[in-house]
Ligand binder design. Structure first.
Ligand SMILES: Nc1ncnc2c1ncn2[C@@H]1O[C@H](COP(=O)(O)OP(=O)(O)OP(=O)(O)O)[C@@H](O)[C@H]1O
Length: 373
């Protein structure tokens, strides 16, 4: 079912938690709400579920205004952070509860519970009571219960928060398939950007009373709305360097200088010449090159951290600015001394230093204007 929020406002006493949130989620879509603690993600889910009421705005499900509609009549399944399992029932009965409430037959219940329990790897603890389950198992039991009911709208509040790293990794791969097979419209809350990118058809980035950006994972990663979002998505974190763009000789383009080496910006940034900007370079948009390579920037290697799939090197420019460079594991690179890096300028991001907003290339592009003419 589709879901539409328009201008939602929610206050607690004097604190405005949500200030004019609007959002549409299509039928069968998985929308991730991503943002730091206190951003209002849980409050938004509770509003959709109908367990708290908004102070302003409307919530529609499949075109129908939910004002005055009780939570149990909204066709919504939920798994919230605090588990809320029935303490006197074992995991099996907890998971089966939405089906028993509907008087589903015994065999159909056993089949559905078995299927979700296997997928969530809790089939060996189905006869345990909640107090005998670990936090991770409780969380998965709550998730299994929400899935077993096969609701048309599923609200999941950070369901992997208490799950250990290995299982979390596996679930990140398996959950999207499971959610898709349920054909439900899913709103999924997480503070983990990798989870957000793996699971979301779209991601809504929440911060400071509302949604700062909404888009596909690719949109958010490649075209973050501002510096804050660029920092939240990516590990290691994006390199941010203060720069003042200048006109490049002859070419009509715009360049910035890193350790006095010009780096030509790709796309039209003519309007930024002479203004205070921040250059955003993802560590994977930098690479080590041989000395003498045109545009090579000299750096001192400070430290190298081998991670599983990549190696991250912290370097210092001649002016003492830190730049992190990432390369796939196994690719050789310097581990000490002086080295040279080059920038994949097409992947560089430019932000307005005063507002933090990203400056889209092409806005003042001479090439673009010629095309239009
Ligand atoms: N019942 C309530 N009474 C008063 N304030 C509340 C209530 N529920 C939430 N808040 C406040 O609303 C803000 C947003 O809380 P919310 O739980 O939605 O954040 P969140 O983004 O889900 O964070 P987390 O990821 O840590 O769960 C917080 O400042 C919180 O203190």
């Amino acid at each position: 079912m589709s879901l539409k929020l328009t201008d939602i406002v929610k206050r607690f006493k004097t604190e405005t938690v949500l200030d004019g949130v609007s959002l549409s989620v299509g039928r069968g879509e998985t929308l991730v709400l991503f943002g730091p603690s206190g951003a209002g993600k849980t409050v938004l889910l509770r509003l959709i579920a109908g367990v708290v009421d908004p102070d302003g705005g409307t919530i529609e499900i499949e075109g129908r205004d939910m004002d005055g509609v009780e939570p149990e009549d909204r066709g919504i399944g939920m798994a919230f952070q605090n588990f809320a399992l029935f303490p006197h029932m074992d995991a099996m009965a907890n998971i089966a509860s939405p089906l028993t409430a509907r008087r589903t037959g015994r065999e159909a219940i056993a089949e559905t519970v078995g299927k979700v329990a296997r997928m969530l790897k809790i089939d060996h603890v189905l006869h345990h009571k909640p107090k005998e389950l670990s936090n991770g198992q409780k969380q998965r039991t709550a998730l299994a219960r929400a899935l077993a009911g096969a609701p048309q709208i599923l609200l999941l509040d950070d369901p992997l928060r208490n799950v250990d790293a290995k299982l979390r990794f596996e679930m990140r791969l398996e959950l999207p398939r499971l959610l898709r097979s349920q054909d439900a419209t899913v709103i999924y809350v997480t503070q983990d950007y990798k989870e957000a990118m793996a699971l979301g058809d779209r991601i809504a980035v929440m911060n400071g009373h509302g949604i700062q950006q909404i888009g596909t994972p690719e949109d958010i990663y490649l075209r973050p709305a501002n510096i804050e979002i660029a920092r939240l998505f990516g590990d290691p974190v994006i390199n941010l360097l203060d720069v003042v763009p200048e006109a490049a000789d002859g070419s009509g383009g715009v360049q910035v200088r890193l350790s006095d080496q010009p780096v030509a910006l790709v796309g039209g940034y003519a309007g930024t010449v002479g203004t205070d900007c921040v250059l955003g370079l993802r560590p994977e948009a930098m690479r080590f090159v041989d000395p003498g390579t045109p545009g090579a920037i000299p750096v001192e290697v400070e430290a190298e951290t081998p991670l599983n799939e990549k190696t991250v090197t912290l370097t210092l420019t001649q002016r003492g600015r830190e730049i992190m460079v990432s390369r796939p594991s196994g690719m050789p690179g310097p581990d000490q001394g002086t080295a040279y890096v080059a920038v994949d300028a097409k992947d560089a991001l430019l932000f307005d230093r005063a507002t933090g907003q990203r400056i889209a290339p092409g806005a003042h592009s001479p090439a673009l204007q010629e095309d239009v003419a």
